[in-house]
Design a protein around this ligand. Structure first.
Ligand SMILES: [Zn+2]
Length: 68
C-alpha cells in the first residue's frame, strides 16, 4: 500500500495517508486536513512503503580501452 503525502492549502500542514495506487482526483479532493479540516489538499509526494532498490544500471562504465 503506497503512502501519499499531502499538504493543506489552508494551514500548510503536511499529513500522510495510506491509499491504494489507483486513487482518483475526486478522492484526493475529498480528503480533509487533520488540523483545520480543509478539503482538497495538495499532493506533495508519494512514498511506497517497503521500497526496494532495483539492481539496474549499477555497472559503472569504467572499462579502459587498451590503446595499442
Ligand atoms: Zn489545514
Amino acid at each position: 500500500m503506497p503512502l501519499y503525502e499531502y499538504q493543506c492549502r489552508q494551514c500548510g500542514d503536511q499529513f500522510e495517508i495510506l491509499q491504494r495506487m489507483s486513487v482518483t482526483a475526486e478522492e484526493i479532493a475529498g480528503l480533509e486536513c487533520p488540523q483545520c479540516g480543509t478539503s482538497n489538499p495538495k499532493k506533495t509526494l508519494s512514498v511506497f512503503s517497503g521500497q526496494t532498490s532495483s539492481p539496474s544500471l549499477n555497472m559503472a562504465a569504467d572499462c579502459g580501452i587498451p590503446s595499442g
